[in-house]
Design a protein around this ligand. Structure first.
Ligand code: C5P
Length: 318
């Protein structure tokens, strides 16, 4: 057990870590059978994209006390926030007796199918692993993370992976090069548990993976064209039925030349994939008249979660 520090950071050479938590898109999302634990087996190819929340963590005097400061009023309850819960889980599992000051700067819309909360949780675990010198492997961090949310393990193996089971079986893949995505968020959220229930009650049967989808994990590197031609999201029929505006967004992105336009996760964000930044910007501009919409033009990430350690602590939220 590590004892409480006599100064803010004495046992640790670094006084602060900053981790950038990227959003994800689901290039393919298949929802398979319902499991005995009430969750569904899924099969997905996920990729991180360059829209990032920022998490700063500083060690402080105190026995396990965590203070979380967030710039979004929607996340006012610090104790239910996934960052808080991730930090609490790491302190519990590592038996490090220390307090933490954490600040969270949100850019990823919430309830958006972009994995923002899960990415924040993964980034908190990665940041604490470095700050506190825990030496945990990605597998160990994913074990801690999976209890917080089904998408958390993926972010520990980013930028691209095939994800199956409840979300805990992550098989990283190499994608050839980067693409540009126009993310279009309509300004409202879709509740994930509702989407799973709705899908289960409206579909006639569970369709197995296509041959093209099953072949993807076996490749050492995957070409974008292979993923694009196998792209689909099982949540589209039930979510589009409730929110036809999302289908209209998909159509506009397709007409703007997207190689593929798809709902991400259970929505409500729809993304279009383009080979150039200009094309993605032109597609995003189609929505400039929609005042409630949030649009982002981002490239797909080519590296794992980025992290900066510093020997001096800046004040939380700058
Ligand atoms: O794990 P997470 O909190 O992201 O899941 C939210 C909800 O989505 C769960 O309560 C469950 O209803 C549903 N879910 C599921 N199968 C999964 C992941 C999530 O049924 N693999």
């Amino acid at each position: 057990m590590i004892n409480p520090p006599s100064g803010p950071a004495e046992p640790f050479p670094f006084r602060q870590v900053t981790v950038f938590a990227p959003a994800k898109i689901n290039l393919i999302l298949r929802v398979l059978d319902r499991r005995a634990d009430g969750y569904h087996n899924l099969w997905s190819i996920m990729h991180t994209v360059g829209l990032e929340d920022e998490i700063q963590i500083q060690p402080r005097h105190g026995d396990g006390e965590i203070h979380l400061n967030c710039d979004s009023a929607d996340l006012a309850d610090e104790h239910s926030n996934l960052v808080y819960r991730a930090a609490q889980a790491v302190l519990e599992q590592s038996s490090v007796r220390i307090g933490l000051d954490i600040s969270l700067r949100k850019k990823i819309p919430m309830g958006a199918g972009l994995g923002g909360g899960s990415s924040d949780a993964a980034a908190t675990i990665v940041g604490l692993n470095r700050l506190l010198h825990l030496g945990w492997s990605s597998r160990r961090m994913a074990e801690v993370g999976q209890r917080l949310g089904s998408d958390v393990p993926f972010f520990l193996f980013a930028p691209a992976a095939v994800v199956s089971g409840r979300g805990e079986a992550v098989h990283p893949i190499g994608m050839d090069g980067t693409q540009w995505a126009a993310l279009v968020n309509p300004g409202f959220g879709v509740e994930t548990s509702w989407a799973y229930r709705e899908l289960a009650t409206t579909r006639a049967s569970v369709r197995p993976l296509t041959a093209a989808q099953s072949a993807l994990p076996g490749r050492p590197r995957v070409a974008w064209q292979e993923v694009v031609s196998a792209a689909e999201n099982d949540f589209e029929p039930p979510v589009f039925a409730k929110h036809p505006i999302l289908q209209a967004i998909k159509r506009t992105l397709t007409e703007a030349g997207a190689q593929v336009a798809l709902l991400s996760g259970s929505g409500a964000t729809v993304f279009g994939l383009f080979s150039s930044e200009n094309q993605a910007r032109e597609a995003a501009a189609q929505f400039s008249g929609e005042k409630c919409f949030k649009t982002f033009v981002v490239s797909t990430c080519s590296a794992p979660l980025a992290l900066q350690l510093s020997a001096t602590g800046a004040s939380p939220l700058g």
